[in-house]
Design a protein around this ligand. Structure first.
Ligand SMILES: C[S@@+](CC[C@H](N)C(=O)[O-])C[C@H]1O[C@@H](n2cnc3c(N)ncnc32)[C@H](O)[C@@H]1O
Length: 203
């Protein structure tokens, strides 16, 4: 199955929709005061589809993902790489990566680009798959899992790199029990599927 098909299948399942709704509520709340937001690695545009009231531009390296994103939302989607953003400096007052930063081999370059594209005091958010979680470990058992493409497993290293550009705080979020397809509130790193870094541009 192609990546795009896998994403569609998951996000159209009841469980996938529930996860996406929680993630999009979190993102919507964090960026509600922003006027121009960039979603780096927007995939099939599930966030854009849900946050129709926010001005979000999605970029992704994959043409196939973007074809699907355009089918779901009338927002602007651009094929581009996180390491080379096609925008003027300070074009956005909000930038986020939803389970994308950890898939980028040299994410330092991407963070530098995000820093340039973000305005002074602009808001930053990265929601990163938590390798310690049951959810992550479950997916890693499967040979064809997309999770196996994660390039960075050390959350401390990621936080240090992000902190070179953004003043961030961290938290664990979104408990997922895959076997029971159950979602629950937790900040416990053993169960939270996501590690969140959020803050503002330095300087
Ligand atoms: C795990 S998916 C997450 C998609 C979306 N954010 C979501 O949560 O549904 C990672 C996405 O990042 C994109 N991606 C990976 N590396 C990228 C890069 N260097 N530049 C732009 N997009 C990239 C992939 O094509 C994929 O759509």
């Amino acid at each position: 199955m192609k990546d795009t098909e896998k994403f569609i299948k998951f996000y159209e399942s009841r469980f996938g929709m529930e996860i996406m709704n929680i993630e999009s509520n979190y993102i919507g709340e964090w960026f509600k005061s922003c006027n121009r937001i960039l979603d780096v690695g927007c995939g099939i545009g599930s966030i854009e589809e849900r946050l129709s009231n926010l001005n979000i531009i999605g970029i992704d390296k994959s043409k196939e993902m973007l074809i699907e994103a355009k089918r779901r939302s009338d927002k602007i989607f651009i094929q581009a790489r996180a390491e080379s953003l096609p925008f003027r400096n300070e074009s956005f007052d909000g930038i986020f990566y939803l389970t994308t930063l950890e898939f980028i081999p040299n994410y330092e370059i991407a963070l530098k680009e995000a820093y340039s594209a973000l305005s002074k005091n602009g808001k930053f958010l990265a929601m990163i798959l938590n390798p310690e979680s049951e959810y992550f470990k479950y997916h890693m058992k499967s040979k064809n899992s997309y999770f196996r493409r994660v390039k960075h497993l050390d959350l401390g290293d990621i936080k240090n790199s992000v902190s070179n550009y953004f003043m961030v705080e961290d938290e664990y979020f979104l408990g997922i029990n895959v076997n029971k397809e159950r979602i629950f509130a937790t900040n416990d790193r053993r169960y939270a599927a996501l590690y969140v870094l959020k803050g503002q541009k330095n300087g």
